[in-house]
Design a protein. Sequence first.
Length: 85
Amino acid sequence: KNMLIVPPGSGIIHQVNCEYLSRVVMEDDSGTVYPDGCVGTDSHTPMVNGVGVIGWGVGGIEAESVMLGQPITMVLPEVVGFQLT
């Protein structure tokens, strides 16, 4: 009842877990929606971006400090947009 079996051939299992656990869209108390985020220690973590979750792959020390309640700081790149016509 409370168990999920992922059959063989479904993909890289830790990536499947990131996709399964992600809420994709979060909503705060005021009704503002924003994308979910995921910090992981594996090179496959950023693949969760494919379902609309902002994923970063970080080192073990950074991930450990987040699990202990410390905030994570990141340098975000400048967002550049363009319009196709």
